[in-house]
Design a protein around this ligand. Sequence first.
Ligand SMILES: NC(=O)c1ccc[n+]([C@@H]2O[C@H](COP(=O)([O-])OP(=O)(O)OC[C@H]3O[C@@H](n4cnc5c(N)ncnc54)[C@H](O)[C@@H]3O)[C@@H](O)[C@H]2O)c1
Length: 338
Amino acid sequence: MNFQPNELRELRGAYEGRRVLITGGLGFIGSNLAIALVELGAAVSLVDALFPDHGGNWYNVWPVMRKVSVVVADMRDQARMLALVEGQEYIFNLAGQVSHVDSMEEPQTDLEMNCRAQLSLLEACRRRNPLAKIIYASTRQIYGRPRYLPVDEEHPLQPTDVNGIHKMAAEWYHRVYARVYGLATCSLRLTNTYGPRLRIRDARQTFLGWWIRQAVAGEEILVYGDGRQMRDFTYIDDVVRAFLLTGCRALFQGEAYNLGGCEVVALADLAALLVDLAGRGCYRLVPWPEERLAIDIGSYTGNYQRAREVLGWQPVVPLRAGLAQTLDYYRANWEHYA
Ligand SMILES: NC(=O)c1ccc[n+]([C@@H]2O[C@H](COP(=O)([O-])OP(=O)(O)OC[C@H]3O[C@@H](n4cnc5c(N)ncnc54)[C@H](O)[C@@H]3O)[C@@H](O)[C@H]2O)c1
C-alpha cells in the first residue's frame, strides 16, 4: 500500500501495537485490509467461516500467514464471538453474503448471514467490549434504483433485492446499537470493489470477478443489455485506505459514508478496456437474463463528499491502472483462484 507520509504517520499512530479483529478476514476485502494492518504494525486477528460459495481463501493471507491469528468460526456462534471481541480496539466487520442472485434463491440463508450474524457480533460487543470501534462494510445496494446521480447519503433507501434489504437492516443495527447502547459504530457504503484477491471462480459474487477471469483466459465476455449502464468501481487499495482512515477519523455515532471510484464508466467500455489490457478475448452484448434484470438497479455513481470532508478520503487509483494490476495478480496466481 502506498500512503502519503502524513497519512502513514497517523495510521501508524492509530494501529501500531493495537489489537484489531477483522470479520470475514479471509475474504477479498478483509484479507487486503489484514495485509495493510500488519504492515502498520497492528496485532491482527481474523475470523472467517470459509463458506464455500463466498470469497474466503487461505491463499489471500499468504503474505502475512505467520503474522495474523486466524479463527475459522461462524459469527453466528455467540459464544465464540464473546471470546473473540474481548480486548479488541478496532473491529472491521466485513463478514457477509454478497451475492444478490443467491439472496433471491436462498433468502433465509442471506438473512442468517447478513442479519443474524451481525446481531451476534453487536451483542458480543455490547456485553464484552462496548468500547471497541466497529466499522461495518455496508453497500450502495441499499439505495436500490437511483432516483438521481450521483447518489448521496440522503438518497432514499429502497433496495431491489433481498441482499440489499438485509444489508440495510445490518447497517441499521449498527446505528441503533450506537444510539441506544453507545457502541462506537459507523458504516462505509461500498460501491463495486475490484482488485487482487477477489473471487473469480464464478459470477456468484460479482460479474466483475467473472469478467476478470474471462479476460485473463482470453474468453468472450457477455455484457447484459445495451452496455450503457454506468458504474464507479473502487480499486481495493482505495477501499482499504478508506477503512483505515475511518478507524482514525470517523465520528462513530452510527453514521454512514459513501465510497466511490475515480471515474465513471459504462459497462461495455469496461469490457472493452479489460479486453484491451488483457490483449486477448472479446466481448458481446446479450439480452438480460430474467432473474438478473428483475433486481437490476440501472446506472449508479456515488457522491462521496461526506467521506472526503470527514474522513479526508478520496479514491486515487485510476480504473486502467487498477485493472492492469488486477490482471497481473491473477496471471501470477491463477491456480489459487481460477
Ligand atoms: N466486494 C464488493 O464489491 C462489495 C461491495 C459492497 C459491499 N461489500 C461488503 O463488503 C464485505 C466484504 O465483501 P467481500 O467482497 O470481501 O466478500 P468475500 O465473500 O470475499 O468475503 C466475505 C467473507 O465473510 C465470510 N463470512 C460470511 N459470513 C460469515 C459468518 N457468518 N461468519 C464468519 N465469516 C463469514 C466469508 O466466508 C468470506 O470469506 C461484505 O460484507 C460485503 O457485503 C462488498
